[in-house]
Write a protein of this length. Structure first.
Length: 241
């Protein structure tokens, strides 16, 4: 299991073998690691140098021998966090340099994309989020523990939500928490729908989990403006609960 997780973090097969061997037996010389990891001695130093350059292992001299050691497994986390921080800053800088003014559409299939564009709402920090939602279906694509955290973050960021919710038993329980959840809701019954649509700033998000988990993100100021107007028309037509 650990080996597979290391692969996901960018370890090669040889790097994973050496790293796990070091964790198992402690400080070791290159010849011992080559033997126990089943790696040729001519290749072991390339592996060790690579892990050392990434600050994943350290080394020290004892007599004539050099011993290699995993000094802190937390460096795995710090390395990935550093990459994430760099990626965030780069994405923000690249976003500023984008000159595309047309309609931008991204289509996602699977849980990862579905959840990722939902997380984008928190990063954008709009003053208000407008959503038509079928709660029972929408939550099929989310981890409910993360959803609770997401809502807490939305409240903390002062993102007010107005929701037009398909009337279901679950929805009626859900709306009881409106006051503490920094949101307003209105139920709709006579016009059934099974998907979810959110609009904020210049962005429209469409979520479908009725069969395959899929989502669409549309970025365009004029289209978003039209969705805002449609939501307001719906909102004013529906009775307050």
């Amino acid at each position: 299991m650990h080996r597979e997780q290391l692969y996901k973090l960018g370890f090669s097969e040889k790097e994973a073998s050496v790293y796990l061997t070091l964790l198992r037996i402690g400080p070791s010389v290159a010849s011992t690691l080559a033997r126990l990891s089943n790696i040729r001695r001519t290749s072991i130093y390339d592996v060790l140098n690579g892990l050392t350059e990434r600050n994943l292992i350290g080394s020290y001299k004892q007599g004539k021998d050099t011993y290699f050691v995993v000094e802190d497994v937390n460096n795995l986390y710090f390395q990935e966090k550093q990459k994430t921080d760099i990626a965030k800053r780069l994405a923000a800088d690249l976003k500023k340099s984008m000159n595309w003014q047309g309609i931008r559409v991204n289509y996602y299939v699977g849980y990862e994309g579905y959840r990722e564009i939902y997380e984008e709402i928190l990063r954008a920090k709009p003053k208000e989020l407008l959503t038509w939602i079928h709660l029972d279906n929408f939550y099929k694509g989310l981890d409910m523990k993360r959803e609770e955290e997401w809502t807490a973050e939305r409240i903390n960021k002062k993102i007010h939500a107005r929701l037009i919710i398909q009337d279901t038993e679950f929805a009626r329980k859900f709306i009881k928490d409106d006051f503490v959840s920094y949101r307003e809701t209105r139920l709709v019954k006579n016009f059934p729908f099974s998907t979810t649509c959110s609009v904020y700033q210049d962005t429209i998000l469409l979520f479908n989990s009725t069969n395959e988990i899929e989502a669409v993100r549309i970025k365009n100021g004029e289209l978003a403006k039209m969705f805002y107007q449609m939501f307001e028309m719906n909102w004013r037509m529906l009775p307050k609960k």
